[in-house]
Design a binder for this molecule. Sequence first.
Ligand SMILES: NC(=O)c1ccc[n+]([C@@H]2O[C@H](COP(=O)([O-])OP(=O)(O)OC[C@H]3O[C@@H](n4cnc5c(N)ncnc54)[C@H](OP(=O)(O)O)[C@@H]3O)[C@@H](O)[C@H]2O)c1
Length: 345
Amino acid sequence: MGNLGPFTAVDGVDPQKVPKRRVYTGAQIPAVGLGTYGSDRFSAEQIAEAVRGAIAVGYRHIDCASVYGNEHLIGEVLQEAIQSGIKREELWVTSKLWNDMHGDGDVLISCAKSLKDLRLDYLDLYLVHWPFPNYHPPGASVDSRDPHARPYIHEEFMKVWRQMERLVEMGLVKHIGTSNMTIPKLKLLLRDAKIKPACNEMELHPHFQQPDLFKFVVDNDIVPIGFCPIGSPNRPDRDKTETDTVDIEDPVIVKIAERHKVHPAVICVKWAVQRGQIPIPFSIHRPEYLSNLKAAVTDPLTDEEMEAIAKIDKNCRLIKGQVFLWEGAKGWEDLWDLDGEIAGW
Ligand SMILES: NC(=O)c1ccc[n+]([C@@H]2O[C@H](COP(=O)([O-])OP(=O)(O)OC[C@H]3O[C@@H](n4cnc5c(N)ncnc54)[C@H](OP(=O)(O)O)[C@@H]3O)[C@@H](O)[C@H]2O)c1
């Protein structure tokens, strides 16, 4: 890796050896990224330190968002990394537009703020975090509802998307993409977009494999980025329900982990990379984020192990999004178009 000062670790992974996924523009994304959502468990300082450590061990892909409240500190680390000799073009930095910034003129303001905080002059990828406009104060409980929350209305979403396209035309972002979308919504977007989404960020882990959406995305040359790749085992209790299952306790995953002599979390990451999505596991702990990156370059799963994991899908969505429901919505299922129709007012 050359002498990059604090951004070199002898036990790290050579970033050039990390597999890449190709976007339709020809750009290459490192096949494992670092998640940066600390929820209320970790401070912005701790997460910025994790980004520093992760870059030192070879991560070149960082998944950020304005709503995570830590881009200003991550930006200091990115600036130091670049000053120490890591080339900007070696990094893949994603940020996301939050739900309260869907109005006319808001997208440019939000993107400019993320760029300023992250101390960058362009983003590699800018995502619409959720396709629903709403506002919640920080720390709002899952039961709270915004009386002004709105469902997906395609004409309104296209107004957001046109602003996203403008960011590409202005050179502020290299790629734009979606997150928390469904097949019916993506079909409309693909019909009407001038610049199509490069990536779709979606919940993906062994107990929630979303085979139909995954196939749709891949068939349309959109790169799937998988969030909660380990099944977010330590998410706050308020985000857990009685029927949620735990990927890293699944006997199939545990047995494969014993065979490979790694933590079950690492098996989840290996499965994700080999299946073809880009996992963005979160951890502030060095041994964990290092083992998650090593997962992509060492000791792959066998075809039999991949097939065994394919069979343990439980259709268990962890991030249900109930807080984003609008007046009159029946339940969190309305966000996900389960019957193939986009739920409205
Ligand atoms: N687009 C969206 O709407 C959206 C939604 C959710 C998340 N995301 C993104 O996806 C990222 C990842 O999701 P997530 O943080 O919810 O869940 P996750 O990555 O599935 O799980 C993270 C947890 O797994 C544990 N872990 C990680 N690596 C491990 C290892 N090698 N061995 C043992 N345990 C390990 C850590 O526990 P400890 O902390 O206890 O060590 C960590 O807190 C987020 O940070 C965020 O960037 C995006």
